[in-house]
Write a protein that binds this ligand. Structure first.
Ligand code: BG6
Length: 298
């Protein structure tokens, strides 16, 4: 299928009917649905209305933009790096797996290499391979492999900027980040320590939880749904909701849409990752969705 701007998208389907759609624009997952056809990722309804005012290509607001080689704005590059705004290619060395292969996994392999313009603002030769898969249970898995194909070391930060779809942000809580330290982007990255309770939302939040556990849960009380987020190679979790006031300043975001989304990003944000020549780094994310009734205690 084609993107809004004519870029190809790849559709993945699990045997039981789960679905994912990945754009070659940014290697961005734009949709992930369970086997009941329910959309699990948020995408802004405003994006298409205002895309004409952006200099193309601009990443869709929603889904899972890939933030590389810089997460956030704490470097010299554009916010969240350039990878999300580039057109990726299908990785010919790893053609899409047959949807009925032995693992019953539907998968697509994409690759990004820097253009000459990219090398002007970030002079480091890299190959970024991204595999997006849908497991037979409908879990969404993203595996990023970044290789230094340069003669000298380079450092980067990274994030899977994951826009979860929620019924009502005031009814959502995150478990697994209690008692952790976080850097608060709303107060010059000052360091605080989270209290013992699960995290709930009643105002703007923009925090980098550092050195977090590899499994965290996002409970949507109203939808009776829990997202389980599993990560590997990514020490931090960034939690973002712009809330009412900031939403009004984001052109590709509806004024009320903050109620229906929560970004929970597996990331390497606090400390950069350094790759020596020839070295490769791997960062994994797996998202699953379970009805809360199956979770004891919730
Ligand atoms: C979050 C950052 O990850 O992304 C926020 O922590 C930022 O500071 C948000 O505002 C959205 O970024 P963007 O560039 O997609 O508007």
């Amino acid at each position: 299928v084609r993107d809004w701007n004519g870029v190809d998208q790849v559709v993945l389907r699990s045997p039981r009917g789960a679905y994912a759609r990945v754009s070659l624009h940014g290697g961005q997952v734009l949709s992930w649905r369970n086997d009941r056809g329910e959309e699990l990722l948020f995408t802004s309804s405003k994006f298409l209305d205002v895309q004409a005012i952006f200099k193309p290509p601009k990443a869709m607001r929603g889904g899972i933009p890939i933030c590389f080689p810089q997460f956030g704005n704490s470097g010299t590059l554009e916010q969240h790096g350039f990878a999300r705004n580039r057109i990726w290619a299908l990785d010919e060395e790893h053609p899409p797996l047959n949807q009925n292969d032995n693992n019953s996994k539907a998968s697509v392999d994409l690759i990004l290499k820097p253009s000459e313009d990219d090398l002007k603002c970030w002079p480091h030769g890299f190959e970024f391979r991204l595999r997006v898969s849908l497991t037979k249970d409908g879990n969404l898995s993203l595996v990023s492999r970044i290789r230094n194909v340069n003669g000298k070391p380079f450092s980067f930060s990274f994030g899977y900027h994951t826009y979860l779809s929620v019924s009502d942000i005031s009814e959502v809580r995150i478990e697994g980040l209690e008692t952790l330290d976080y850097l608060d982007n709303l107060s010059q990255r000052e360091r605080f320590t989270e209290q013992g309770d699960a995290i709930t939302f009643e105002s703007e939040v923009d925090r980098v939880y550092v050195s977090s556990p590899n499994v965290i849960a996002v409970l949507d009380h109203e939808k009776k749904r829990t997202f389980v987020i599993r990560k590997e190679g990514l020490p931090d979790v960034v939690v973002w909701n712009p809330w009412e006031k900031k939403s009004k300043n984001i052109v590709d975001f509806g004024d009320e849409e903050y109620k229906q989304m929560l970004c929970v990003d597996a990331a390497a944000a606090e400390r950069q990752i350094t790759l020596k020549p020839g070295e490769e780094w791997t960062g994994k994310l797996e998202l699953s969705e379970v009805p809360s009734t199956n979770c004891s205690g919730h």
